[in-house]
Design a protein around this ligand. Structure first.
Ligand code: SF4
Length: 398
């Protein structure tokens, strides 16, 4: 079977020429995706993470406007969708119906309660409430900003729908809660004093101890696992604590499962994936603040196979120069092991960002073995003669 194609436009360009630049490469990626399978009057959900509060490092409205225009050429009705809070204050980050060119609507209604219940039955998760708009739309364009993520190590196309395609109660309590289905603490071996010592030993405040309930809570999202393990030094001789790899893996497997539930809502030729590998930050966009970059800006990838698009994005980040020197000082345990993916160097080896792709492939969502097709590579355009260069040397709109 032919490998799925992943179209890639690099920010690097061979000549100072509009026709070799990223915006034209983006248009060409959209051409290659081939929107001819989108039919007139189809309702096209452009699922984005519109960010939060004071963070501006989301997908630039510049590209979204071009995407919306391209979808409209098919005669379909595109709209942008995300959780109600992000939609309500999207204007603060430059996203409006006027700037994007289409409406922006909450994915599960104004009160995050327009839902479609799906059976899951995985570990602690019996069912989840999928956002109703995912169920209602005819076409999905999954537009993601590639960045690090506390629990998964990496956030891209899977995370954008695996969590972002569900109501808040499912996202936070159930999907995030699945990490804790792996046993990590033995209450009988731990005293209240020892519980408090464990909490104090953690440089990332990843643990909480409730003395009334005699319960130790481990927040997997803040845990830097194999890069840190300070708590296990304190636990030597007691042996009540472990940092189980499986907890992190369960989250990734559940992300693949919840993504599958959403992807099943659409016909095979009505799913498209675009990953923006720029402003790659250590944490997720939901932190709502500006963060330093992990690697220099890389480019944009697009395809019709979610696994291939994610795999290519991770490979491109892995090959890029890791900007360790500009990471914030509170990330105290960044690994020097170059064999690890940059997101593992930041978040710990147990948060293997490729895991979700492994699970996704097993579930039949796509293939990890892809063909990368670079659009207008700098190595070729540097030798091409550009058209006449135009620039604004005087007001040209008269
Ligand atoms: S491994 Fe490090 S970050 Fe994780 S709980 Fe232990 S001390 Fe905290």
């Amino acid at each position: 079977m032919a490998k799925p194609k992943v179209y890639f436009g690099s920010f690097n360009h061979g000549r100072i020429a509009r026709e070799f630049s990223m915006s034209v490469k983006f248009d060409e990626i959209l051409n290659q995706l081939d929107f001819s399978t989108i039919k007139k009057k189809d309702k096209v959900a452009i699922k984005m993470h519109l960010g939060f509060k004071d963070g501006f490092q989301t997908v630039p409205v510049f590209f979204i406007r071009r995407l919306v225009q391209k979808v409209k050429e098919t005669g379909a009705f595109p709209f942008i969708t995300d959780n109600p809070t992000a939609v309500y204050n999207a204007v603060d980050r430059g996203y409006t119906a006027e700037t994007c060119g289409c409406p922006i609507i909450p994915i599960a209604g104004l009160k995050d309660n327009y839902k479609h219940r799906v059976e899951v039955n995985y570990k602690t998760v019996d069912f989840l409430d999928m956002a109703g708009v995912m169920k209602d739309s005819d076409v999905l364009i999954d537009v993601s900003h590639v960045k690090g993520h506390g629990t998964a190590g990496f956030g891209g196309a899977f995370k954008n729908i695996a969590l972002g395609g569900y109501c808040g109660t499912s996202r936070w309590r159930k999907i995030h809660g699945v990490e804790k289905s792996a046993p990590y603490w033995d209450a009988d071996k731990c005293s209240p004093e020892h519980g408090k010592k464990l909490v104090e030993s953690c440089p990332y405040k990843a643990m909480k101890y409730d003395s009334e309930k005699h319960h130790l809570d481990l927040g997997f999202g803040n845990c830097h696992n194999g890069n840190c393990l300070e708590c296990l030094k304190v636990d030597e001789g007691v042996g009540c604590l472990s940092i189980p790899k499986e907890g992190f893996a369960h989250f990734q497997e559940l992300m693949a499962i919840t993504s599958k539930k959403i992807l099943e809502c659409y016909d095979d030729d009505k799913k498209f994936f675009l990953n923006f590998i720029m402003d790659v930050t250590p944490h997720c966009d939901c932190l709502g603040m500006v963060q330093p970059q992990v690697v220099p800006d890389i480019g944009i990838v697009g395809g019709r196979d979610i696994v291939a698009v994610e795999e290519a994005s991770l490979d491109l980040v892995k090959r890029a120069r890791f900007l360790k020197d500009q990471l914030p000082p509170y990330l105290k345990h960044v690994s020097d092991d170059e064999a690890l993916h940059p997101f593992q160097r930041i978040w710990g080896p147990y948060k293997d960002p490729y895991l979700v792709n492994e699970y996704g492939e097993k579930l039949g969502l796509g293939a990890r073995d892809y063909e990368l097709v670079e659009i207008l590579p700098a190595s070729e355009t540097k030798d091409l003669e550009p058209g006449k260069h135009s620039f604004e040397d005087q007001a040209t709109f008269f």
